[in-house]
Ligand binder design. Structure first.
Ligand code: AMP
Length: 275
């Protein structure tokens, strides 16, 4: 049975009682097969795996879905058990950010584009929570999904600058049969919206498989029209360098990134270009 830890002291004690390598997988819960892929990878690579489930208020904006973010703790523990995760850290907000907590961790440069431009303060919330988790867990390897590619890039940078984890491991995106990237937020979609959502991976696939530097702009313009006609409100559809996240048309080293809203649900996805 998985060990459930709810205080920072119990997390620290648990971590120090372990021998061998520690894998760490931070999450916000409402776990699905995408999260399970991270757990399996961690279990494969490491002697002992710790996951965390914490809906971090610091990474939600004032008008975002913090209150209604899905919370499915019992099912999450069952999935973690199936993945043979050894322990889960699931604190309350008060236990994680005690009174007087006053520090922010911010990684400059990568955080002002893409989602950073549309969700003020979001990535500072992410780096603050991850740095604090890393400080207690001190993992040998920490696992993050390419689904949140900008987040992965920022965490890599943060860990270069403050190496609290031994290594940051990126894990490819798990998708539904129709290509939609698995996400805890997909459960907000109505049946009709869920069918529409599959347009996102179809468009990303077409562009990454067929665009050339000379056709890319026209394909992006057409894709924006197609998405808007299907009912999406686009935050961005952009091609950026896979390392620097700066705008790029060099498809040999770029990824396509999208954030689009269907009703009140915000979906993100990204893909590398096929060489
Ligand atoms: P979240 O619970 O949404 O904060 O996600 C926790 C971790 O799981 C993050 O590193 C995500 O990038 C990763 N993740 C979420 N969805 C997927 C997916 N479909 N495939 C792979 N990793 C994912």
């Amino acid at each position: 049975m998985i060990t459930i830890l709810t205080t920072l002291d119990s997390l620290k004690n648990h971590r120090h009682a372990q021998q061998g390598t520690i894998g760490f997988v931070p999450t916000m819960g409402a776990l699905h097969a995408g999260h399970a892929r991270l757990m399996h990878q961690a279990k494969h690579d490491c002697d002992h795996v710790i996951a965390s489930i914490f809906v971090n208020p610091k990474q939600f904006g004032a008008n975002e879905d913090l209150e209604k973010y899905p919370r499915t703790f019992e099912e999450d523990c069952a999935l973690l058990d199936e993945c043979r995760v050894d322990a889960v850290f699931a604190p309350t907000i008060e236990a994680f950010y005690p009174e007087g907590f006053a520090t922010e961790v911010r990684t400059l440069g990568l955080d002002h584009v893409l989602c950073g431009a549309h969700r003020a303060g979001h990535f500072t919330g992410v780096t603050t929570v991850v740095a604090r988790l890393f400080a207690y867990v001190r993992p040998d390897r920490a696992y993050f999904g390419e689904k949140d590619f900008q987040q992965l890039s920022i965490i890599r940078r943060m860990n270069e600058d403050f190496p609290l984890a031994g290594a940051i491991i990126g894990v490819p995106t798990m998708r539904e049969a129709d290509g939609l990237a698995m996400s805890s937020r997909n459960r907000y979609l109505s049946e009709a919206q869920r069918a529409t959502a599959a347009i996102i991976p179809r468009i990303l696939r077409t562009i990454t498989q067929t665009a050339t530097p000379s056709t890319l702009d026209a394909m992006l313009a057409q894709a924006r029209i197609t998405l808007e006609e299907a009912g999406f409100v686009l935050d961005y559809l952009e091609v950026r360098d896979a390392d620097t996240l700066s705008m790029s048309t060099d498809v040999s080293h770029a990824r396509i990134f999208i954030a689009a809203r269907l009703g009140t649900t915000r979906l993100i996805d990204n893909m590398p270009f096929v060489q």
